[in-house]
Design a protein around this ligand. Structure first.
Ligand code: NAP
Length: 685
C-alpha cells in the first residue's frame, strides 16, 4: 500500500508547521493520485494573528511606501526564478502550461505593477494626503486636510482554488504597500501550489519577518481572532461569502470584509455587427477563449453570450466550429488545449449546473457525460468537454446558475434595451464585454451596463489585437478595478493605487497651518516660511527644509514685453495684441500679458542661474491664472519648498515648490507647483 502524501505546512509565527493528524487528501486533477494532504488542526491561529500584529505590522509600517514598493520589486524578480516549480505543480491542478502562465506570470506581473505604482503614485512617506487643503476660517489659521494612514491590523486573505499564485499575490501586493501584514489562506484544493509560492517568498528573506504567513487547510476560528483594525479579503463562492458576511466578527466586531464572489458575466454582440464584420469573429473567439482557458474555471469567464436574435444561428455555428478544434486531456501533453477541472467534485458540480441550465436551455454543443481525451483516463481525471447551450425565451437559470467550468449559454435579444436588461439579470457581474464598432451604441450600452459591472471591455477591430495581448475579457489587470457590484460581492480589488487606499484609514485632520505642515510633512499654505539668506537653489536635498523660501524682487510687465512674447511664440491672440478687441473682452477690458509670459517671467525672477544642486525642472502642476496682468503691472514671486521626495534608486530626488506670483496690490495672479529634480548632495559625492 502506498504511503499517504505529506501534510502541507503552514507558515506560522516564523516557522513551518503541519497541521495535526493525517489530513484530508488532495488529488491530482488529471490522474486522481494523491498530491498532498491538508490539515490546519492544532495550528495556533491566535499566535498567527499576534505575530502579524506585533512583528509583521510594525516592521512594514516602519518603511515608507517607496521602500515597500522596492521590496515588492525585488520579490517579483526573485519569484521570476521560481516559476518552473510553480508551473510543474500547476499540472496537478489540471492546468495547461498556458493556464499556469496566466496564474504564475500574472501574479508576478501584478507584483511588478504594484512596485511601480507604489514608487510613482505614492509618496516616499508613511502618510498619503487625500485632496487639497480645506480652508476652514477667514483668517487662514484653521485648515483641514484629509489623510490616509496605515492601520495597525492584519489582512486575512481567503482565496479560491482556481488561481493559487495570482490570487495570493494580487491581494498581498496592495496590502503590503498599505503597511499591513498578511495571513494568506489558500483554497485547500490547490494549496500545494500556494505553499510552494510562500516558501519561495519566505526563503528569499526579502519581506520583513511577520509580513506574510500562510494557513493551509480550513480557516477554522481565524475570524474569531480578528478585530476593528483587521480586514478579510475573500474570493470564492457566494455561499461562503454569505457565511462570512454574517460572521459576528464582521457584523459586530468591526472587521472589514471585501468580497469577490461568483459572477454570471456576459458578452453582448452589438446589433450593428453583420456576418461579414471582423467583430463577429472577435465575439466568437472571446466566448471560446473564456470557455476553455482554465477549463472555464474563471470567475470572469463569459457565462452568457447575448446576441441579436437574427444572428443566433450564425453565432452558435461559429462557436461550435471553434470548440470542435479544442483538444481536451492531459495538460502536460503538447497537443492538449484544455486540461481538467480542479477535482472530481468540481466536475460533479458543473454537471449539476448544466442539468439545471437544461430546464430552460438546450445543449447545442458538447456532452456532459463524455469527452474524447488525449493521453488521459476519463475515470480518474476530472475532465469535462466544452458545453454550449442555447436558452429559450424567458429563460431564468442562465442568469442564476454558475457552471464553474467550460460552459456558456447563448441568449437572444430583439432590442438594445432588452440586451441591457438581460445583462442586468446577472444581478451584478465582475466583467462584461460589448463587441461593436458603433460609437453611439457603445455609449448607450456601456451606460446601461456600468451600474451592474466592475469592468467593461468594449471590443472592436481597432483594439482587438492589443486587447487580446492584455488578456481580453477574462483577465483582471493590476491597474484596473477587479470586483463587481451585487452578486459579484460588491468588492473592489486592484485598480492601481486605489487598492492600496482601500486598506488605509482616511481621517480628516483640523489644525493650524504650522501644525498641519508638521503632521503631513508637506508645506501648508499659511504656515511659516524660512528665509535664511541662502537661495534654496543652492541647497542640496540634504540641506533643503520644508518651508525654505525665496521672495523675488518685483518686475514691471511692459507693453513691449507682451509684444515681444507674442512675436517670439506666435501666440498673437487678440487679448495680447489688439487693444480695441481686448477692450471689448468682458474679462480683460484691455491688453493683458500671456499667462505663460507671467510664468516665464516668474522663472526668471526665482532661478539662481549658476550650476548647482537643482538639476532639472520636470514640470508644473495645478497651474491657475487668477488675476489678469495688465500693461505696466508689476509681478513678483514667492517660491517655497512644499515636499521633498528622495528617490531610493538615484542620487537625486524630487522637490515640489509652491509658487505664488502676485501683483503690485498683493493679489495672486498665478499659483502653481514647480517640480524639480535636486541632487542629494552638492557637490555630488
Ligand atoms: P469556496 O468554496 O467559497 O472557497 C473559497 C475559499 O473560502 C477557500 O479558501 C475555502 O477554503 C474558504 N472557505 C470555505 N468555507 C469557509 C468558511 N466557513 N470560513 C472561511 N473560509 C472558508 O469557493 P471555491 O469553490 O474555492 O471557488 C469557486 C468559486 O469562487 C466560484 O463560484 C467562483 O465564481 C468564485 N471565484 C470568484 C473570483 C472573483 O475574483 N470574484 C475568483 C475566483 C473564483 P477551503 O478550500 O479550505 O474550503
Amino acid at each position: 500500500m502506498s504511503q499517504p502524501a505529506r501534510v502541507l505546512q503552514s507558515y506560522v509565527a516564523g516557522s513551518w508547521q503541519a497541521g495535526d493528524g493525517e489530513g484530508d487528501p488532495l488529488l491530482d486533477a488529471v490522474t486522481g493520485d494523491e498530491v498532498a494532504r491538508v490539515s490546519s488542526r492544532g495550528i495556533d491561529l491566535r499566535a498567527m494573528v499576534d505575530h502579524a500584529r506585533t512583528t509583521g505590522g510594525p516592521a512594514v509600517r516602519a518603511l515608507t511606501f517607496h521602500e515597500r514598493a522596492g521590496l515588492l520589486k525585488a520579490l517579483a524578480k526573485h519569484l521570476d526564478g521560481a516559476k518552473d516549480e510553480l508551473y510543474a505543480l500547476s499540472l496537478h491542478t489540471g492546468a495547461t502550461r498556458r493556464d499556469a502562465m496566466i496564474d504564475v506570470d500574472g501574479g508576478i506581473g501584478t507584483l511588478f505593477s504594484y512596485a511601480s505604482k507604489g514608487a510613482r503614485e505614492l509618496p516616499n512617506d508613511t502618510i498619503v494626503l487625500d485632496g487639497d487643503l480645506e480652508r476652514l476660517s477667514r483668517g487662514g489659521t484653521f485648515v483641514g486636510q484629509h489623510v490616509y494612514t496605515s492601520r495597525p491590523g492584519v489582512a486575512v486573505q481567503v482565496n479560491a482554488f482556481n488561481f493559487p499564485v495570482w490570487g495570493l499575490l494580487e491581494k498581498l501586493a496592495p496590502a503590503f504597500l498599505a503597511g499591513l501584514p498578511t495571513i494568506a489562506k489558500p483554497a485547500s484544493q490547490t494549496a500545494y501550489v500556494a505553499e510552494a509560492l510562500v516558501r519561495a517568498v519566505i526563503d528569499s528573506g526579502i519581506l520583513p519577518a511577520g509580513s506574510l504567513q500562510l494557513l493551509c487547510g480550513s480557516a477554522g476560528s481565524l475570524l474569531d481572532e480578528l478585530g476593528e483594525q483587521d480586514s478579510v479579503a475573500f474570493t470564492g463562492s457566494a455561499h461562503t461569502a454569505g457565511l462570512l458576511s454574517g460572521h459576528r466578527a464582521v457584523v459586530h466586531g468591526g472587521v472589514r470584509l471585501g468580497v469577490e464572489a461568483d459572477s454570471l458575466n456576459c458578452s453582448i454582440l452589438g446589433p450593428d455587427v453583420t456576418a461579414d464584420d471582423p467583430e463577429l469573429d472577435l465575439f466568437v473567439k472571446g466566448v471560446v477563449t473564456e470557455m476553455t482557458v482554465k477549463a472555464g474555471q474563471k470567475c470572469t469567464a463569459i457565462r452568457r453570450a447575448i446576441v441579436p436574435a437574427p444572428m443566433a444561428e450564425t453565432v452558435v455555428d461559429a462557436i461550435a466550429a471553434r470548440l470542435a478544434k479544442v483538444t481536451v486531456g492531459n495538460p502536460a501533453h503538447e497537443d492538449v488545449r484544455m486540461g481538467a477541472l480542479a477535482s472530481l467534485g468540481q466536475r460533479d458540480d458543473v454537471r449539476k449546473a448544466v442539468e439545471a441550465l437544461r430546464s430552460s436551455a438546450e445543449i447545442v454543443y458538447g456532452d456532459p457525460a463524455s469527452v474524447e481525451l488525449v493521453d488521459a483516463d476519463a475515470e480518474r481525471g476530472a475532465f469535462l468537454g466544452p458545453i454550449l447551450l442555447r436558452a429559450s425565451a424567458g429563460a431564468v437559470e442562465p442568469h442564476d446558475v454558475e457552471p464553474f467550468g467550460p460552459v456558456s449559454t447563448v441568449l437572444t435579444y430583439d432590442t438594445v434595451d432588452e440586451a441591457i436588461a438581460l445583462a442586468a439579470r446577472g444581478r451584478g457581474s465582475l466583467v462584461g464585454s460589448l463587441v461593436t464598432h458603433d460609437g453611439d451604441l457603445a455609449r448607450r450600452v456601456v451606460l446601461g451596463l456600468a451600474p451592474w459591472h466592475g469592468r467593461i471591455l468594449v471590443l472592436d477591430r481597432d483594439d482587438a489585437a492589443e486587447a487580446a495581448q492584455a488578456g481580453g475579457h477574462g483577465s483582471p489587470l493590476p491597474v484596473l478595478v477587479h470586483g463587481g457590484p451585487g452578486r459579484a460581492g460588491g468588492g473592489e480589488e486592484l485598480g492601481g493605487a486605489r487598492a492600496v487606499l482601500h486598506h488605509l484609514q482616511r481621517s480628516a485632520i483640523q489644525a493650524s497651518p504650522d501644525l498641519m505642515t508638521a503632521i503631513t510633512g508637506r508645506w501648508t499654505t499659511g504656515s511659516q516660511r524660512r528665509d535664511d539668506g541662502v537661495h534654496p537653489f543652492r541647497k542640496s536635498l540634504a540641506e533643503l527644509r520644508i518651508g525654505d523660501t525665496i521672495t523675488s524682487a518685483a518686475r514691471v510687465v511692459t507693453g513691449a514685453d507682451i509684444e515681444r512674447f507674442a512675436d517670439l511664440t506666435g501666440d498673437t491672440f487678440y487679448a495680447h495684441t489688439d487693444p480695441v478687441a481686448a477692450a471689448a473682452n468682458p474679462l480683460f477690458g484691455g491688453i493683458v500679458a500671456h499667462g505663460y509670459l507671467v510664468v516665464s517671467l516668474a522663472a526668471g525672477l526665482f532661478v539662481d542661474p549658476d550650476p548647482g544642486p537643482v538639476l532639472a525642472n520636470f514640470g508644473v502642476d495645478r497651474l491657475r491664472f487668477l488675476t489678469p496682468v495688465k500693461v505696466d503691472d508689476s509681478v513678483r514671486v514667492a517660491l517655497t519648498v512644499k515636499e521633498i521626495t528622495p528617490r531610493a534608486t538615484a542620487d537625486y530626488g524630487e522637490v515640489r515648490w509652491d509658487a505664488v506670483v502676485s501683483n503690485q496690490d498683493d493679489q495672486p495672479v498665478a499659483t502653481y507647483d514647480v517640480l524639480t529634480l535636486v541632487a542629494k548632495t552638492w557637490p555630488p559625492a
